[in-house]
Design a protein around this ligand. Structure first.
Ligand code: SF4
Length: 373
């Protein structure tokens, strides 16, 4: 009697990510298409907002770590160059509007340097002689062996990717920092945010110092501009036009350009400068904002418990993969067309193969084409 080769291989480990848990609870059909535990598919051409975030993350990783490029815009150019090489070699396309998106990103990163110069309250945390940037770590999950065996796994890990761990210059507290690039700031949900809870829990498991909480660093995809001029060539004083489009320092620059000194400018300009100053604070302006959320030790322990409760459901061989259609499917689900085909009993398997790629082939590691510095 000979054993088959698969019988000789050790059972694999199962890796769970926060995105998997969110997907699972949102819609089991979508989870089936997209989760690494199931079909692991993603659409073959990522939307440009995704591409924008990938390049932005690379630029900030370099800038806040070894800073080999000396400037985040230069790092972004390095990423773009590597992506162009990778796309040629691996026969995939960059988003149609990548040039436009790239220019916007460069403007956002330029503003970040000015923004950060006046707000440097945190520094990158170094651990084991490494800057804690784009940290990918796996935390063992103590799940019952019988549950794992039934699903064909030997161990379970929770995988986290921290954009940056920062240390407060004031009191040495550690925070998990996460970069987001949005059209508008979005912070209402942070107290309930599953990523904030699970990453605070994950970092608490990994680092020797307590974790104070989770910090969003949000970038609006808008570049601040010099204030508009009226038809008579005057600098506008209309706050409805100015708010969200310029900064206090750009407005000041325009006033000095026109009058030589702020003290020589008419009172309405001084009033606007005061109003713009009120909109800016140590954690942000109208373009970039730092928002923190904390979790108590009880909340951190509860997050661990939630993972232990959800995992057996996700691993169950008898899991029913029913969909959860909502009014948001049309804009938030990249599998919506395939989902409709399932509903119509059409050949959705073929379409899934055609329209999507395996997530592990996604962008085919453009990072290996980055120039070593
Ligand atoms: S379209 Fe809606 S119901 Fe269908 S897979 Fe996507 S999220 Fe689920």
């Amino acid at each position: 009697v000979s054993l088959s080769s698969s019988a000789l291989l050790p059972a694999p480990a199962v890796i769970i990510r926060t995105s998997d848990r969110a997907l699972f609870k949102r819609c089991r059909r979508k989870w089936h298409f997209g989760s690494a535990l199931q079909r692991n598919r993603t659409i073959s051409q990522p939307p440009s907002y995704f591409w924008f975030g990938t390049v932005g993350h690379f630029a900030l990783e370099d800038y806040h770590g070894y800073n080999k490029y000396g400037h985040p815009v230069e790092a972004a150019k390095g990423a773009l160059k590597a992506m162009k090489v990778a796309s040629k070699k691996n026969n995939y396309e960059l988003p149609d509007d990548y040039q436009e998106q790239f220019e916007l990103l460069c403007g956002v990163l330029e503003h970040y340097l000015t923004w950060n110069a006046g707000r440097e309250l945190y520094k990158t945390y170094w651990y084991n002689k490494q800057p804690q940037l784009e940290v990918k770590a796996r935390i063992p999950i103590p799940i019952k062996p019988a549950i794992l065996q039934l699903a064909g796994y030997s161990k379970a890990y929770y995988e986290v990717t921290f954009d940056r761990i920062v240390e407060s210059l004031d009191d040495g507290e550690l925070w998990v920092q996460d970069y987001k690039f949005f059209k508008q700031f979005n912070t209402e949900h942070l107290d309930y945010d599953s990523q904030a809870s699970s990453y605070t829990w994950g970092a608490s498991c990994l680092y020797p110092k307590p974790i104070a909480g989770f910090m969003y660093l949000q970038f609006r995809k808008v570049v601040p501009e010099l204030p508009e001029r009226t038809s008579k060539g005057q600098i506008t004083t209309n706050m409805q036009v100015l708010a969200g489009r310029t900064t206090h320092s750009l407005y000041r620059e325009a006033v000095i350009d026109m009058y030589g000194d702020v003290s020589l400018a008419p009172p309405q300009y001084k009033r606007v400068l005061g109003e713009l100053a009120i909109l800016e604070h140590e954690d942000g302006d109208a373009f970039i904002k730092r928002t923190k959320t904390t979790r108590t030790p009880e909340q951190i322990a509860n997050e661990g418990q939630k993972i232990l409760m959800e995992l057996p459901d996700m691993l169950s061989p008898r899991l029913a993969l029913y969909p959860n259609p909502t009014k948001d499917c049309h804009w938030e689900c990249e599998f919506r067309d395939i989902c409709q085909m399932v509903e119509r009993n059409e050949d959705w398997e073929f379409e899934l193969e055609q329209q999507t790629i395996d997530r592990s082939e996604e962008n085919l590691s453009w990072r290996k084409f980055v120039d070593p510095r």
